[in-house]
Design a protein. Structure first.
Length: 462
């Protein structure tokens, strides 16, 4: 048997160099080495409990695995070119510590199939916890900006056209709630990641009397899988993790797009902090929103990782197939990318400064108070269809005169409809339009304050 390769007894020749290079995975799966050592410790305990290791062999194995894990964690132990995968590398390392006979006893009753299926779940369980922390910090940055800008108004848009005035805080919090749902998705995913495939062996379990529940408990799982074939071959939980991470990327990208627009000279709603912007190699005046643009670009990468993984999985028969080696690079990459972009977006959002005057001056542009006029007419007993038509005529008149709705004279209002009395002017103001939207979920100041309190409570912010 070649060092670092866990098979070969029935082969007369070594694998070809190209075959080995294709098969090799240590360049990406060695990040699982510390988790693999934890699995080996639990497996050694299970072998001992089943009477397959003497007390002395068990103690030596535990000591050797612990020593190897310390070397892995400190970077003293690294894979060699002869190591096919993380499992082979670690067996080589354990053999160097304990000798071939004792180290070789650890392989009884387990397969790389159930090992890797367990390790990827362990990795994702740890990863989801870290990701929830990063998302919570990001939400906190949005909440802080919402708190600091609670009275700032801005033009709300649909179809990228000015539609109605809203509070800037309301808009910022609209980006927070998708992230709250992403936390819920990660928490829900963690439940499905809680079943350990250890003990499934190659596909059918083992004949050695090992207790999968014991291993599951030692590794922090809530249970072991009920079906060993499913245990070794299931990667839907990996695909689900890739989806949630892609969704996080998409949600961040939508905010990034808003920031990019807000910081244009044409909009000028917000200004970038120097620490979170870049310049141009040729145009000295430029201040570019590269963080937001990179985050927007990374979203495509995260979607690609999900699409590639699903494509790999779609035609695989049960149980384990080597194609499943392709599940790790995309999921590792998605985790790595979010570990970069979530803190970056947190920094970008935290450092944004807003031009309240500029946004207020645009909040009533584009006849954004038209819906308030129509709603006022409804309150006077006018059917909404008629109110909609009257207001549309008012907008048309304003366009022909080059004025806004609030600038219509009493005579002009009366000419449009006898229902349009001077009292309508009470709703033709930005402040009035915002405070009138006082239903649950609305943009009225009191409701936004309640929303902010609820958000902080929901994600455990002080």
């Amino acid at each position: 048997m070649t060092k670092g390769v866990l098979w070969g007894g029935r082969f007369d020749a070594e694998p070809s160099e190209l075959m080995f290079l294709l098969s090799k995975s240590t360049h990406f799966d060695f990040r699982l080495a510390s988790l693999d050592c934890r699995g080996s410790l639990a497996h050694a305990n299970a072998l001992h409990s089943a009477g397959l290791l003497t007390n002395d062999d068990h103690q030596q194995l535990v000591a050797g695995i612990t020593q190897l894990k310390e070397k892995v964690d400190t970077g003293q132990f690294q894979p060699l070119d002869v190591d096919e995968d993380v499992h082979g590398a670690l067996e080589r390392g354990l053999t160097e510590i304990l000798g071939e006979e004792l180290a070789g006893r650890l392989r009884a009753g387990r397969s790389r199939n159930d090992q890797i299926a367990t390790l990827i779940r362990m990795y994702l369980r740890e990863g989801t916890t870290k990701m929830i922390s990063l998302i919570t910090t990001f939400i906190e940055a949005l909440a802080r900006q919402a708190e600091e800008n609670i009275s700032v108004v801005m033009p709300g848009r649909t179809h990228m056209q000015i539609a109605q005035p809203v509070l800037l805080s309301h808009h910022l919090l609209a980006h927070a709630w998708p992230m709250v749902r992403n936390i819920s998705r990660l928490e829900d995913l963690a439940k499905r990641l809680g079943a350990s495939p250890y003990g499934s062996a190659a596909l059918g379990g083992t004949t050695l009397g090992l207790d999968p529940q014991q291993v599951a408990k030692e590794l922090g799982f809530t249970s072991s899988v009920p079906n060993s074939i499913d245990g070794t071959s299931a990667r839907d939980v990996v695909a689900e993790a890739a989806y949630v991470m892609a969704q996080i990327g998409v949600d961040l990208s939508r905010l990034a797009e808003d920031v990019i627009f807000w910081c244009t000279q044409e909009a000028a709603y917000a200004h970038l902090d120097d620490a979170w912007a870049t310049g141009s190699s040729i145009m000295p005046q430029k201040k570019n929103p590269d963080v937001a643009e990179l985050v927007r670009g990374k979203a495509g990468r995260l979607i690609g990782n999900l699409a590639g993984l699903l494509t790999t999985l779609k035609g695989l028969p049960l149980a384990y197939d080597r194609d499943l080696q392709e599940d790790k690079e995309p999921i590792f990459d998605s985790c790595d990318q979010l570990a970069l972009i979530l803190p970056a977006m947190t920094g970008l959002v935290s450092s944004l400064s807003f031009d309240a005057g500029r946004m207020k001056s645009l909040a009533s542009a584009g006849f954004s108070l038209a819906t308030d006029m129509a709603d006022w007419l409804v309150k006077q007993g006018v059917p909404f269809a008629e109110a909609h038509d009257i207001t549309g005529q008012a907008v048309q008149l304003c366009e022909s005169e080059g004025i806004e709705l609030e600038e219509l004279s009493d005579t002009q209002l009366a000419s449009l409809s006898p229902h349009l009395t001077t009292q309508v002017r009470g709703v033709l103001s930005v402040a009035g339009a915002i405070e009138a939207r006082s239903g649950v979920g609305g943009t009225a100041t009191a409701r936004v304050r309640e929303q902010l309190d609820y958000l902080r409570h929901r994600v455990g912010l002080s």
